[in-house]
Design a protein around this ligand. Structure first.
Ligand SMILES: [Zn+2]
Length: 305
């Protein structure tokens, strides 16, 4: 068995049909981990959906009600960029429950991995860019409320800026947000994270790893979190349809190693969530997410020795 649990629910699929967001990737990743024998059935744990009270730790009650009752305005649905359905709402509540569970698993085992989540474009009072509920913010707030953690760091390596997360935690000294992303890309409006690393189009492995390493190590040197949430993002990949950076499979795995190793080396548990990935071939996106789990396993085993 793996040295950490994989949090997964078959209803993570947002049920949005033929859409650039490949929400079937969750099941594909789950299945891939089994047939490659990276994991066995017992490595997976199923989350409960977050409660409305959990969601409201990070979101306005009005937004939660609109999602639960299907009373979003036309404008709000446009901004979300995915069709509204009950299944979609359930999937977001499950993803948030999954990130809470992955965060708890991290505190217990050193690493937790949600085979879902990373919906970093969701703000407290509205959704954007395929993200209705910010599962990362909900997980941080729930663990803080439980007294399980005081301080958290969010390291967001999705190719898109973590605007919702940055806005939700703005002015909160207990949460450090780091976002490394392609500057000339969605979202246009980038509310400041604690540390933003804006990258030019076409940035490749070496430059990316250098910029990330410098910023991240400096952040870890001054802020000592009880938990790190790693928004791993498969979309800095050079063949991504919605990304304009040029990372290779190897560069992305090296990125994972950098983030996870530095945290575990300081005794900081790491909860991993997936976020975006829009490679021409969904198989490539699944490979990148699977590699992140492999790196986490290797790093956790090394850290334990
Ligand atoms: Zn993205």
């Amino acid at each position: 068995m793996l040295p950490f649990r994989l949090v997964y629910h078959e209803r993570y699929d947002l049920n949005i049909g033929d859409h650039v967001f490949p929400s079937r990737k969750y099941k594909w990743l789950h299945d891939r981990m089994l047939w490659t024998r990276f994991a066995v059935k017992e490595d997976f744990v199923e989350p409960q959906p977050a409660s409305d009270a959990d969601i409201e730790l990070a979101h306005d009650a009005g937004w939660v009600r609109k999602l639960q009752t299907g009373t979003l305005t036309y404008q709000e649905i446009l901004q979300l960029e995915i069709p509204y359905s009950r299944r979609m709402v359930e999937a977001f509540w499950l993803a948030a429950g999954g990130s809470i569970l992955a965060a708890r698993q991290a505190l217990e085992c050193g690493v937790g991995y949600n085979v879902g989540g990373g919906f970093h474009h969701a703000y407290a009072d509205h959704g954007e860019g395929f993200c209705a509920i910010n599962d990362v913010a909900v997980a941080v707030r729930r663990l803080q409320r439980d007294g399980a953690i005081h301080r958290a760091m969010v390291v967001d390596c999705d190719v898109h800026h973590g605007n919702g997360t940055a806005a939700i935690f703005a002015g909160d000294p207990s949460v450090f947000t780091l976002s490394i992303h392609q500057f000339n890309n969605y979202p246009t409006d980038k509310p400041p994270s604690s540390l933003d690393i804006h990258l030019p189009d076409g940035t490749g492995d070496a430059e990316y790893l250098n910029r990330l390493g410098n910023g991240y190590r400096a952040a870890l040197g001054m802020f000592h979190p009880d938990l790190l949430l790693y928004v791993s993002g498969a979309d800095p990949y050079y063949e991504d349809q919605l990304g304009g950076l040029s990372l290779t499979f190897e560069g992305l795995a090296e990125r994972d190693r950098l983030v996870i190793r530095a945290a575990l080396g300081k005794g900081i548990p790491v909860a991993i969530v997936l976020a975006g990935g829009y490679a021409e071939s969904v198989e490539d996106t699944v490979t990148i997410h699977a590699n992140t789990a492999k790196v986490a396993k290797d790093e956790l085993e090394k850290a334990g020795k």
